[in-house]
Design a protein around this ligand. Structure first.
Ligand code: AMP
Length: 412
């Protein structure tokens, strides 16, 4: 199948060809004609499947067909809501790339930076707006953004959006747009709450499922190391020294864990940086840029901070902590072995994480290859460590102070 056959115009096909894409991916093949036909769709697809172009190309196509001649007084006609800033930036880069040979203008708004440049951009007018929910509502309150002419609303990474507590924001945004808009919902996984959301916002949607989360990425070598929790750092250093080459993403469950590991790797002279929810937008962007450019080859991240980020050529993913949600494992290892390249995923499992491995193996319907030949083996009879009393835990205060509970700070 060719992009032309999907009903895309020349300027868009030209930009796509220049991006180096030869054929549409499966999700593009299925979604593009439906979006052009004005259907609502609910798509279950992960990052890496080409899902951004699956909504960006037909949106551009539709807007291109009716584009304003003048640049003045442009009205926002497509709105893409994304849960994280990084993802929003990535989506915007995609729109810029594909709209190169059109007059269509794309803008982006997200929190953590000053309002003024964003207001300026909105005043000048854009056809397509990419936004994170909080900043969008803030700017709407200030009367700086108008959603009365939205023709297509995209909710990207809907599952993450709900996990991050954006349900009310999404509902507000949906109501601020015209009733008869087209809606596209993309989600990596389809838990019950996403299905329920879809029922309330979409009109008779067509379902598209390209890669069920249970199918792990082909070409990724998945290795499992049983290791006592306190020795995970040693195992990590051992593998970095002896087995792991190239670019590496290391996933940890908490910000605290990310910072701790980063310090150790820096002490050992590794070129490393990190991203998590406590870092400023600027620092997160810098870390990503350094990683993308190859100035550093190790990036440590929490799941939420790294979700959806498209970094090419990652050789290895390390699951330093085993995720307690099995789908997260699939997302993490989906970072490597992209676009037909081979990659490796190393998982470090301590005694208290064994149950997580059992669930993961069930989900992916595959046993991970256990590597027994390493210097920090876990005694098969080792029992999970249990904190005797919450009051005696040395981490208790640092982990959840009264102040942090009040602030409801995120842990990712
Ligand atoms: P996404 O799933 O949208 O994050 O896209 C993952 C990567 O695939 C991005 O780097 C895109 O540039 C790339 N991509 C998207 N569509 C195609 C295509 N049809 N052929 C080759 N690469 C593509």
């Amino acid at each position: 199948m060719q992009f032309r056959e999907l009903g895309l115009n020349k300027p868009i096909v030209k930009a796509v060809t220049e991006s180096g894409y030869e054929n549409p991916t499966l999700v593009q093949e299925k979604a593009i004609p439906l979006v052009i036909e004005n259907k609502d769709i609910i798509v279950s697809a992960q990052t890496g499947t080409g899902k951004t172009a699956a909504f960006a190309l037909p949106i551009l196509q539709k807007l291109f067909d009716k584009q304003d001649a003048s640049k003045k007084g442009k009205k926002i006609r497509a709105l893409i809501v994304s849960p994280t800033r990084e993802l929003a930036i990535q989506i915007e880069e995609n729109f810029q790339k594909y709209s190169k040979y059109t007059n269509l203008r794309t803008g982006i708004i997200y929190g953590g930076i000053s309002f003024e440049p964003q207001k300026d951009m909105l005043r000048k007018g854009v056809d397509i707006l990419i936004a994170t929910p909080g900043r969008l509502l803030d700017l709407h309150k200030q009367d700086a953004v108008h959603l009365d002419f939205i023709e297509t609303l995209v909710l990207d990474e809907a599952d993450l959006m709900l996990d991050m507590g954006f349900i009310d924001d999404i509902s507000k945004i949906e109501h601020l747009c015209p009733v008869d808009k087209q809606q596209l919902l993309f989600s990596a996984t389809m838990p019950y709450k996403v299905v329920e959301l879809a029922k309330t916002v979409l009109k008779d949607p067509v379902k598209i499922e390209v890669a069920p989360t249970s199918s792990t990425v082909k070409g990724v070598q998945q290795l499992l190391f049983y290791v006592p929790k306190p020795e995970k750092i040693e195992l990590c250093l051992h593998l970095l020294r002896n087995s792991i080459k190239g670019s590496v993403i290391i996933f940890r469950r908490t910000k605290y864990g990310v910072d701790k590991l980063e310090k150790t790797l820096l002490k050992n002279n590794y070129k490393v940086d990190s991203i998590h929810g406590d870092k400023t937008q600027l620092l997160r962007q810098e870390a990503l840029q350094k990683f993308k450019k190859g100035d550093i080859n190790i990036l440590i991240a929490t799941d939420v901070a790294a979700r959806g980020i498209d970094v090419k050529n990652i050789d290895t993913v390390i699951n330093f902590d085993i995720p307690n949600i099995s789908e997260t494992y699939v997302h993490r290892i989906g970072r490597t072995g992209r676009a037909g390249q081979n990659g490796s995923a190393f998982s470090f499992c301590s005694a208290d994480e064994k149950d997580y491995i059992i669930s993961i193996q069930k989900l992916i319907n595959k046993q991970l290859d256990v590597i027994e030949d390493h210097p920090y083996p876990l005694d098969p009879k080792a029992k999970p460590e249990v904190h005797k009393s919450p009051n005696s835990s040395k981490y208790r205060k640092g982990r959840k102070s009264e102040a942090s509970k009040k602030k409801k700070k995120r842990w990712y």
